[in-house]
Structure formats: C-alpha cells, structure tokens
Design a protein around this ligand. Structure first.
Ligand SMILES: *Cc1c(COP(=O)(O)O)cnc(C)c1O
Length: 251
C-alpha cells in the first residue's frame, strides 16, 4: 500500500490511532444517546499482556489512563513507561493479593479492585508505610459483585458479611486517611445482559453515594459492553481488546 509505513513502531502507532478513534467514537455516540457530556466519561486503556511500548504510543496519542490486572506485569511496565519519559495514571483493576499491596502502592494512582475489609486494611497499611509522601492518598474504587456470587470477585451488596459486605468494605476504605474512597467498579457477570447488570449496578451506586457522597466514580463497561455502561452512568470505561487487539490469553 502506497504511503503505509514499513517501520513496525509507526505501523503500530497508526493501528492504535485507528482503534482509539473508533473507541472514542463509540463513547461519543453512547454519550449522545444517553444525553451525557462525552467529557463525563474517561477512557482507561487496559494494556495487560501488551508491552510498555504500546503504553508509550497510546500516551503519545493522548491516552492519560492505563489499566493493568497483574502486579508483576504492571510494576515492570510502569517503570519502563516512566523511563521512556511518558506519564500516565495507573489503575490496578485485577484481583489483588494482600501481599502485593506494598508493590501496588508504589506505582498505582487508583486501585479499582478492593473487595474485602482485609484487603483495604493491607492496602492502607502499605500506603502509610511505603507510598511516597509527595503523592496524594491512594484513590480506591470498591469492586462490587453485581450478582452477589461470593465465589467470584467483588464486595457483596446484600450480604452482612463483615469482610466481604459492600458497606463494611466501603467503611474500611473511607475510614482511613491513607486511602480515598472514590467510587465503585464492576464487571458485568457472565451470561447477564449488560443492560440489566449495569441497571442493578447504578442502583447500588446510588445507595453507596447516599452514605458516601465522595464516592462519585463508577468504573463499568469494557470493549463489549461500554455503551450499556455509559447508559447507566459509568464515569470510567476500561477498554482492552478494542484498543490493543485480541489477547492470546483469556484475561
Ligand atoms: C481485561 C479487563 C478489561 C478489558 O477487557 P476488554 O474486554 O479487553 O476490553 C476491563 N476490566 C478488567 C477488570 C479487565 O481485567
């Protein structure tokens, strides 16, 4: 093709630019359909399994927020991106083991996947001891289980469970100076129509905001279902494959 670059990095940049334009158009259309300002929905590029060079290219294309779901991969990538001179906000969106808290508070700006009182306590302790004093309190989103299945991730909105109940988790995050309760995150359960999943999530988020007025962020919607999430009030969409391409592994 005449004009197509043979430089692999330039080709990747063009591909990411195309994908980004497509995702931004989907977000804009969904906002128009919902009567929302497109500026009210932030895009998080979920770059898991993709290299730091892709994060740097995305940053060059105007992406400001990046999501990762494994600590080891995220820590290395954050260091490489910083070394390359790019600045992005890092969102940790994966299941987090308490013993990884110390590492995560070193690079994450937001942890979206806090779903137990014990994890909130570990993260607060790690933030107090290991987060540079120059950085603001760590933003936390409490991950909510929309279907209330305790076998999977997410705090349980209708359970009195003292460790996994949504209210105990929100109180644990809100009750420490080391963390800031910024809102909620959720993934639509497998097999659920996204419309009903995010409708239920919106109702849960409204109840949480009534008790915790600062918890205004709602991270919901991925490549397959961002329109439904935006229709139900998502302030952040987490988009991986539609931006970067299909991953070879199921994560
Ligand atoms: C991988 C992942 C995403 C992005 O998923 P895509 O379907 O690739 O857009 C969003 N959120 C979380 C928690 C993820 O693990």
């Amino acid at each position: 093709m005449i004009g197509a670059s043979t430089d692999p990095s330039e080709r990747r940049r063009a591909e990411l630019a195309d994908n980004l334009a497509g995702v931004r158009a989907r977000v804009a259309d969904a906002c128009a359909a919902a009567g929302r300002d497109p500026a009210s929905v932030a895009l998080i590029a979920v770059t898991k399994t993709y290299p730091a060079s892709d994060v740097a290219l995305l940053a060059g294309l105007g992406v400001t927020d990046v999501g990762e779901n494994r600590d080891q991969e995220a820590a290395a990538k954050a260091a490489a991106v910083a070394a390359a001179g790019a600045t992005v906000r890092w969102h940790f969106v994966g299941q987090l083991q308490r013993n990884k808290s110390r590492s995560v508070v070193g690079y994450a700006d937001v942890v979206q996947s806090v779903d137990s009182v014990r994890l909130a306590a570990a993260l607060a302790e790690a933030a107090r001891r290991h987060r540079p004093a120059s950085r603001p309190p760590l933003d936390v989103l409490v991950q909510v289980s929309i279907d209330g299945d305790p076998a999977r991730g997410g705090a349980l909105p209708d359970a009195a469970d003292p460790d996994r109940g949504l209210w105990p988790v929100a109180e644990a995050v809100a009750g420490t100076d080391a963390l800031r309760l910024a809102g909620l995150m959720a993934v639509a359960p497998l097999g659920w129509p996204p419309e009903s999943a995010f409708d239920r999530l919106a109702a849960i988020a409204a109840r949480v905001r009534a008790d915790f007025p600062g918890a205004t962020l709602l991270s919901a919607g991925m490549s397959a279902d961002l329109e439904a999430a935006i229709a139900h009030g998502a302030t952040h969409v987490r988009v991986g494959s539609a931006l970067l391409g299909m991953r070879s592994t199921l994560r």
